[in-house]
Design a protein around this ligand. Structure first.
Ligand SMILES: O=C(O)CC1=NCN=C1
Ligand SMILES: [Zn+2]
Length: 424
């Protein structure tokens, strides 16, 4: 099938000049084609450029193409949400109310709530129920222009439930339009019954769970919550090294609540990304820049926990490649609106209107090892394209807290039109 997206006010191509995660001023090079068109054949992008030029270069494609009128709109790559806890049972609005009344995130977690509460609900939820609930989440993401989502496990903290979460994600990768990229996060918290002998749980993750994740090919990445009161840097290092030995690329929840040298550890173990970094140290940022570790920043969590925002501006200027994400999860960031996260990144992390576009497309794609396939609009890349009801890209953050997504083309197929989700 051939699609021609015609005469957009702006096509934000994010053309990937550097063939890798963008840093410093590269993050502001979004490579706009004014009054541009995008030609798609099957699931690939054929070309981007002026309609008149495409007619000359590709006459056969053009004559059979289905026309999508983009006049008055902005066209850009499908958004990539590279850090979510997508698959989980239940909700935690009752804890939200407790936090509004003064309890902290860690107080609630240490009292058996937080991750432990969601773990209990996820253990109780059947595969089918979890599958249906998660499918609805992906529908919401798609309507917000998100075409690829990273999904972490971590609400089982026992093998059966970790496996259940990862199998739900794997089945949705096969059945839903949105691409799902899986991360094993068995080291999300220490189960209550391991209090006092936490290292036994670390051994369970290393000896029992990681080998099965690798053998069953249930995840590409291995993540750990390196945090005071959760996993120490030493325990985190052992878990990440064990994952590497099984072919799982390391990621790390680092320096979220308390400074804990998580950024330093990410650089040391060669993690593809360090995530959160609300209170990362200057040294940690420097070491990440030198190691090329991608910073995945999650301003929705800072907003929802009323915590300090990560120093995104400094990280970009120091040469750290930055991506941003919703951190969608039932406790610290229950939102699927990546557009709102982009606005928070501008308002509270000093990022520019151009940098947040890079941070939710090509850099986010590299954070999940998909930079060669998605994240920019150029020949031979996967045809994940969105049309936005704004006159120019600056309006995307200016008219904030809204969903401007009009049309979503996923893998060369129109799956959302005029904001309506079409039959899958
Ligand atoms: O609270 C949750 O469910 C998700 C989370 N993991 C680490 N920080 C927040
Ligand atoms: Zn997270």
């Amino acid at each position: 099938m051939t699609i021609l997206i015609k005469n957009a006010n702006e096509v934000i191509t994010l053309k990937d000049h550097v063939q890798g995660p963008r840093t410093k001023e590269q993050m502001r090079d979004i490579a706009i084609v004014e009054n541009g068109s995008v030609l798609i054949e099957d699931n690939r992008i054929v070309a981007v450029g002026a309609f008149e030029q495409l007619v000359v270069d590709f006459p056969d494609f053009i004559k059979n193409a289905e026309l999508v009128d983009a006049a008055g709109k902005v066209v850009m790559p499908g958004l990539v949400d590279c850090h979510t806890h997508l698959v989980h049972g239940g909700t935690r609005e009752q804890e939200f109310n407790m936090r509004l009344n003064g309890s902290t995130y860690m107080e609630i977690m240490n009292a058996g709530g937080g991750i432990h509460a969601t773990t209990k609900r996820t253990r109780e939820t059947s595969f089918e129920q979890l599958y249906k609930k998660t499918m609805q989440h992906l529908d919401v993401f798609l309507k917000h222009g998100v075409t690829t989502v990273e999904a972490k496990s971590g609400y089982g903290l026992d093998w059966e439930t970790e496996k259940k979460q990862l199998e739900v994600a794997k089945k949705l990768q096969e059945t839903h339009s949105v691409d799902v990229v899986s991360t094993f996060m068995g080291a999300h918290a220490v189960p209550r019954d391991y209090k006092g002998h936490e290292d036994d749980f670390v051994e369970l993750v290393i000896q029992e769970m990681l080998p099965k994740v690798a053998e069953l090919e249930l995840a590409e990445f291995n993540d750990v919550f390196c945090e005071k009161g959760v996993f120490t840097p030493e325990q985190s290092r052992r878990i990440l090294e064990a994952g590497k030995a099984r072919g799982l690329t390391p990621k790390i929840h680092a320096d979220e609540i308390e400074p804990y040298k998580g950024a330093e550890l990410a650089a040391e173990v060669g993690a593809i990304s360090a995530e959160h970094l609300l209170v990362a140290s200057d040294e940690g940022i420097q070491q990440m820049a030198e190691a090329g570790t991608i910073a995945v920043l999650l301003p929705g969590t800072a907003f929802f926990l009323r915590a300090p925002f990560a120093r995104g501006r400094l990280m970009i200027d120091e040469g750290v490649p930055v991506a941003i994400s919703t951190d969608f999860n039932p406790g610290s960031s229950p939102t699927m609106s990546l557009p709102f996260i982009m606005n928070l990144a501008c308002m509270h992390m000093g990022m520019t209107l151009e940098e947040v576009l890079t941070a939710t497309t090509i850099n986010a794609a590299y954070a999940i090892n998909r930079g060669a396939q998605i994240g920019s609009l150029e020949a031979d890349k996967q045809a994940d394209v969105i049309l936005l009801d704004v006159a120019n890209y600056k309006q995307l953050q200016y008219f904030y807290g809204m969903n401007h997504t009009n049309t979503v083309i996923k893998n060369g197929r129109i799956v959302v039109q005029n904001g309506i989700l079409l039959e899958q």
